[in-house]
Design a binder for this molecule. Structure first.
Ligand code: NAI
Length: 294
């Protein structure tokens, strides 16, 4: 609690330039959100078409949230496609949201560190990889911090601020301050499996997947009783998060707590049925919406 109070107190931290790497489900939404909050944002991905999708989705978001043409155009101007990562050299904060894979993330961190200004904060959106493992790729591991956003970014106020063993207090404070400046709620957590939210959420999602595997109809699992007043039920949420991400997080959690990882989940992921992002998971998605049986 003390740490939460002190988060963001630092007043001399005023980042302007945000560089996001990974224009997928999360990186795209994070970049769009930061540009809407007034930051200059460069967005990088190894696939240019992914960046194109982000720009299109951002326009849709801004039309629904901002309404005035001048505000929409302003936000669009601040969101800059940057396939080759030119924005790295002037970034005040870089947010990594690429594949959930230790090696891939380490390679990226090793590659970008020398390109960044000395003062830049390095943030990772990892859901399950201990920060200590990623920090081994850096010369200055004290500036690596977790900024764990939730999906969908535009609707979820919370951001977990993850501190690894080597993360400096200054980096944690800067991350908290940045999170507040993009109008999100920072929650400091240690770099332990599942951090805080996924530790509570994953057993619920895995149990729902097991029910589906046992033949309980999706509409029963995802109906009002099981979603406890939340915006969507557990199966739709798992599909929205991405079944590959759920599998990774659940597997990591299963090493330290009682949690069953259903075979049905592995089978779907192995088939490439990853949920909303691939168009097929437990539900079939049409125009980003699940087709629900009547
Ligand atoms: P995704 O698979 O939708 O997007 C990843 C993007 O990174 C892809 O567009 C890919 O082309 C790009 N990429 C991969 N390697 C790259 C590289 N070396 N350089 C540049 N671009 C590269 O993944 P998603 O779901 O957005 O997850 C990203 C991160 O966010 C993961 O660490 C995940 O654990 C975390 N996360 C995911 C949440 C979710 O609900 N999906 C929620 C919170 C965190």
């Amino acid at each position: 609690q003390e740490q939460m109070k002190s988060l963001g107190r630092q007043i001399d931290y005023a980042p302007k330039q945000v560089h996001v790497i990974g224009a997928g489900v999360m990186g795209g939404d994070i970049a769009a959100w930061c540009a809407m909050q007034g930051f200059q944002v460069t967005i990088q991905d190894q696939k240019t078409e992914a960046i194109g999708r982000v720009i299109k989705a951002a326009h849709t978001l801004y039309k629904s949230k901002l309404k005035a043409r001048i505000a929409i155009n302003g936000a669009m101007d601040r969101l800059i496609p940057d396939p080759h990562g030119h924005g790295l050299k002037r970034a005040d904060i870089v947010i990594e949201a690429i594949f959930e894979d230790v090696q891939v993330k380490q390679d990226l961190l090793r590659d970008i560190e020398p390109k960044l200004p000395e003062h830049a904060l390095i943030a990772t959106n990892t859901s399950s990889i201990p920060l200590e493992k990623l920090a081994t790729a850096l010369n200055k591991p004290q500036r690596l911090v977790g900024l764990h956003f939730f999906n969908p970014v535009a609707k979820m106020p919370l951001v977990e601020i993850v501190h690894g063993q080597q993360t400096s207090e200054e980096s944690v404070n800067q991350a908290g301050s940045f999170t507040k400046s993009i109008r999100k709620l920072p929650l400091p957590v240690a770099s332990k499996p599942g951090f805080l939210v996924n530790r509570v959420l994953m057993p619920y999602l895995m149990e729902a997947v097991t029910l589906a595997d046992e033949g309980i109809p999706l509409k029963v699992i995802d109906d009002e009783a099981v979603k406890f007043g939340m915006p969507m039920g557990p199966i739709e949420l798992a599909d929205t998060v991405g079944l590959d991400i759920c599998l990774k997080v659940a597997e990591i959690l299963s090493e330290s707590m009682e949690i069953q990882v259903p075979e049905a989940l592995r089978t779907l992921v192995n088939k490439g049925n990853l949920g909303k992002k691939s168009g097929q998971g437990f539900y079939t998605f049409k125009k980003g919406k699940p087709v629900k049986p009547k």
